[in-house]
Unconditional design. Sequence first.
Length: 507
Amino acid sequence: MTAASMFFLLFVASSLLLTLFAARRTHSSGDFYTAGGQLPAWQNGLALAGDYLSAAAFLGAIGMYVGQGYDSLVYAVGTLAGWPLLMLLLADKLRALGRYSVAEVLNSRFDDPRVRLLGIISSLTVTVCYLIVQLVGAGKLLQLLFGLPYLFAVGLVIVLMVLQVALGGMLATSWIQMVKAVLMLLCALVLAGGVLSRFGFSAPALFARVAQIDHGQLLLPGKSLANPVEALSLGLGLSLGLLGLPHVLMRFFTVADSRTARRSAGWATCLIGLFFCLNIIIGYGALVLLAPESRFHDAAGKLLGGGNMAALHLASLLGGNWLQALIAGVAFATILAVVAGLAISGASTISHDLYALWLCHGKADPKREWQLSRLASVVLGVVALLLSSSFQNLNIAFLVGLAFAIAASSNFPVLLLGLYWPGLRVSGVLAGGYGGMLAALLCILTGPAVWVGMLGHAHPLFPYANPALFCVPFAFVAAWLASAGWRRVKPVDGNGAGADTASGHGN
């Protein structure tokens, strides 16, 4: 048995063991959705960090440093900037409402089926897009490491995901996210320490070596940031997209009170900031150390397996097969944990938002809802398997962009306005939510990733790959115009007084 197989089986067995322990403590829909709502701040902060630090943040980010150098920093900075905003704007407000999801938060103010449906559609769209990306990554990783057929590899991940979510719910997902976050930080520390050891444990010495490559261009903005509008739009999409991701927002319902929710976001901010700082050292270290090693390159001089394999090659260089196997195992555990977090968010949207809130108007049997949430995780897994098989050979970058663009342009504006603006009406929620969603979809489909990259046209209709700079303001303006333009003759009661319509109900 190879070292990679040993670590792979170890992480699978550990996740199943944690799931079994969590299953014994999951007895209700509240336990399933929110882990009982009693996680301490440091645990929920670890789980938040684990939820967000996907394989893209680990393997993908390091590969971007090797391929693009400085340009990859915008992803780290844009991502990190969203966490303080999340802590200041949404964390305590969401927890104070005591709801499970985006749709229920909106429903708490606007008791209108159209608003519930908006929350359901936007949340499911973001979740499914993100889930497909993670499953394609998992399938390709297992295919590369173990030679497994793609569909078998993705099917294996989905089986583990369904077992974890259906049996252990949010508690199992939280525990696995915590373990995964700790493992990722430990691996990052080991790799960063190994890189620095090659430069006398001096970061300036590492960057001095990077400055000698290509006349120091790798320490300066490159092609992808040459257009300031593109760079600003990307950063805005990453920052505000975080504030609209359903599987991240759901984590603020797993703690006891608003203060703990804020502290959870603070823990997550520090942990993610530390991880991205270590990634800078690892990424530039891989750029410098792998370049002269011909064994990691093909005949054309390209990195074997592509840029996403840079971290694994660096681990092999620094610590041999065992360290490479550990990094590969942690990468798989990372994908499995993120997939589980997305699955429980999607299952919550189907069972709680679609069934309990929309179809049953909030009068569903809790036991039946809990049973449906388990079935929803299976259905979601089957749908994700079919979709991921369709996208496995296509450029899926637009799915990531679409997920963040919809989260930033649809979920975030209506959540922020719904929590802070008394003048928001149902018409404003619908205009802002659907308007932002459709604008993001249209910009992505007519932009460079799809219109040129996938459809083969010479020039994109929308010139920017990242539409957040245009779609987010559009959503806010649409919500304001629809709310400000809302007019209705107030019904008159028996005393001749106008009925109060300021609450936002019944537009």
